[in-house]
Design a protein around this ligand. Structure first.
Ligand code: SAM
Length: 318
């Protein structure tokens, strides 16, 4: 099954010559390695490394995240056979999808909302990164909320409360210091050339449906953000209609909110920004970032190791 023409046209229009690197990444994705995170609530990166050695599984560490591991695809079954996975000591997660919780700049004691949480990859990562925060995880689809609860239990994430709600209708009475909006999307960043499963349902109609939902979720997210708080918007898509366009639309409506650049460690006065650790991570490591229409937001190009992904950080003025 070929990539649909609306996708090819959209990326050619947005990225120009760099669109070819997206197509190359989609072709290379069939050899993508297995990646996972040591769950520090139940284990440690050292324990995981020892277990991999003992099982004869080859691995690499991820230079920008001490808890993350990369294993060649040929060892996938061996990873599934590990006790570590059944004991909730590791969580299989793409490298790109480990980025949003790292960009959220959380602190102990904060109220954190994960608006679209199931199956819980990022919620459990948030819980592991900041066990002293109060996390609310919203999910509107019941079977997926069940899966989320199961994963939270398995991963030992005790500081998370699940809300079975449509996050577009969250009561305006709520307010949060940090919000992760990992929005439902077309998944264009996860396409794999020749893999029908990833192309199934990928259509212009789906894009329009996702774009509507993303705008409504962003609108409510920025509404329930505390003044001085930060919202991280992410998708596993490289289509600007789901990414930069959604951010621009939200900021046009929410004049009390503004973009916080993910690639700037210092503000105009030379003070460290809240995104400083993430900006340093981006500057120091070889993550395949594409230039996009809004400076300070990040589009990760699909590649052999990375899924295509988008991240934007916004803040509400005090
Ligand atoms: C991209 S997935 C989230 C993946 C998750 N953040 C993770 O890292 O495991 C989007 C999720 O949002 C849920 N969802 C979609 N629309 C929603 C809404 N309006 N309110 C709450 N959840 C929603 C979907 O059911 C799906 O589970």
């Amino acid at each position: 099954m070929a990539l649909p023409s609306f996708f090819i046209d959209s990326i050619a229009g947005s990225y120009g010559a760099a669109a070819s690197s997206i197509l190359e990444g989609i072709a290379q994705a069939k050899d993508r390695p297995v990646t996972f995170r040591a769950n520090t609530l139940k284990s440690s990166a050292e324990e995981v490394a020892e277990a991999l050695h003992a099982a004869g599984i080859e691995f690499k560490r991820v230079p920008w995240y001490a808890d993350a591991f990369i294993v060649p695809a040929s060892f996938e079954q061996a990873v599934w056979n590990l006790d570590l996975i059944h004991d909730g000591k590791i969580y299989l997660q793409s490298l790109s999808s480990m980025l949003p919780p790292l960009a959220l700049a959380m602190q102990a004691g904060q109220d954190i909302l994960d608006m679209c949480a199931a199956p819980g990859g990022k919620t459990t990562q948030i819980a592991a990164l900041e066990p002293q925060a109060h996390v609310t995880a919203a999910e509107m689809h019941a079977p997926r909320a069940d899966k989320l609860e199961h994963n939270l239990e398995k991963q030992g994430a005790k500081n998370v409360q699940v809300m079975r709600v449509d996050a577009r209708e969250l009561d305006e009475f709520f307010s949060f210091d940090r919000i992760l909006l990992d929005a439902p999307c077309t998944g264009s960043g996860t396409l794999i050339a020749g893999c029908e499963r990833t192309l199934k349902g990928f259509s212009e109609q789906l894009l329009q449906k996702c774009a509507r939902s993303q705008r409504a979720l962003l609108d409510r997210g920025l509404t329930v953000l505390k003044p001085g708080g930060y919202l991280l918007y992410s998708t596993c898509s490289v289509l600007p209609q789901e990414n930069e366009d959604a951010v621009a639309h939200a900021l046009k409506k929410h004049r009390d909110c503004e973009l916080a650049a993910l690639d700037k460690a210092e503000d105009a006065d030379g003070n460290l920004t809240v995104a400083a650790p993430f900006a340093e991570l981006l500057a120091q490591h070889d993550i395949p970032v594409l230039h996009n229409e809004i400076e300070g937001t990040v589009t990760v190009a699909p590649s052999r190791e990375y899924e295509g992904f988008f991240l934007a950080l916004m803040t509400k003025k005090r």
